[in-house]
Design a protein around this ligand. Structure first.
Ligand code: NAP
Length: 286
């Protein structure tokens, strides 16, 4: 298959390219040549490459940065997604578009709640709002597209929460405060690409699909597990969201239920197992 990956030089894009390249003809479409905000240029390049599948991973992903750059966030996450959908239609390609758990969050659910594909989104941030608008653009232009919602992502090279914790944990200093009242599903890029490979073999599948690791935790639980696996000794203490204010309001619980994948008999691994596998490769013991 010929597979074009928007945002192909980003953290997820790199993993998609490196995993799919041995079996498929792949193209990492990223800035500056493949700017998704320039619809005409993007479609024309797409027609030249003639992909069978477009995996759309390009986005403005700086969640706090989006709060002060609403126009840019809209231009990239909403208009850019519209342009990618138009190019997919023009080139007759299947579209798998990556979205986010941050489309949820304004309705604080109880602990251990998880959002299903059919639940109504309600973002709390500019990032979540513009990603949701992008989802809706894509579904309107190309109803056969797959919207693949992922969350709390880490992958080779980062940047990610795992890399930040590994760095901070190796430094001396005050105890590190980590938020303990926001919950979600830590997920490796490897697990996401496993799902993408599965979807490539299921061309009939369309619509919203949730793809995160199984089971949920708080950022503090996530950090404790990282420290344990890396044998880091610096003290970490739980704190509340109020004690660690950020420009963008984070979801209280954005854990995702994998109703579509589970119905098909597909199970993702527990987040702790995926993390252990990742840490062993990313931070090998010397
Ligand atoms: N990271 C997470 O925790 C997370 C969680 C849920 C969902 N997601 C979604 O997963 C996808 C991949 O995220 P990621 O973590 O791999 O992000 P990333 O590392 O920031 O990768 C995004 C890529 O898109 C590129 N890009 C930005 N604007 C563009 C434009 N106008 N045209 C073409 N490319 C552009 C970026 O280039 P520059 O670096 O040069 O800007 C970057 O290479 C995104 O759709 C994101 O919303 C991520």
């Amino acid at each position: 298959m010929k597979i074009l990956v928007t945002g192909g030089c980003g953290m997820l894009g790199r993993e998609i390219i490196s995993r799919l390249s041995p079996m498929h003809e792949t193209l990492a479409a990223d800035l500056p040549e493949w700017d998704i905000t320039d619809g005409e240029n993007f479609t024309s390049r797409c027609l030249d490459f003639a992909p069978d599948v477009i995996i759309h991973a390009a986005a403005m992903t700086n969640v706090d940065g989006c709060e002060n750059a609403t126009l840019d966030a809209g231009r990239i996450n909403e208009d850019g997604s519209r342009n990618v959908a138009i190019a997919a239609v023009a080139s007759g390609a299947r579209l798998i578009a990556i979205s986010t758990d941050y489309v949820f969050g304004a309705c604080p659910p109880s602990k251990n709640w998880a959002w299903s594909e059919t639940d109504l989104p309600h973002p709390t941030s500019v990032y979540g709002t513009t990603k949701l608008a992008g989802e809706r653009m894509i579904s309107m232009i190309l109803p056969a597209a797959v919207i693949l919602r992922i969350a709390w992502l880490y992958g080779h090279g980062g940047p990610s929460f795992v890399h930040t914790m590994a760095r901070l944990g190796g430094e001396e200093g005050e105890p590190i405060k980590v938020v303990n009242d926001q919950r979600g599903n830590p997920t490796s890029t490897k697990v996401v690409v496993d799902v993408i490979e599965y979807l490539l073999n299921k061309p009939e599948l369309t619509g919203i699909v949730h793809a995160t690791c199984e089971n949920q935790c708080s950022w503090y639980d996530f950090a404790v597990e990282i420290f344990k696996l890396l044998n880091l000794k610096r003290e970490i203490v739980p704190c509340t969201t109020q004690e660690y204010p950020r420009p963008a309001i984070r979801p209280v619980n954005s854990a995702l239920k994998k109703s579509v994948l589970n119905r098909l008999g597909y199970r993702t691994p527990d987040w702790r197992d995926a993390l252990e596998e990742f840490i062993a490769k990313e931070f090998p013991k010397t």
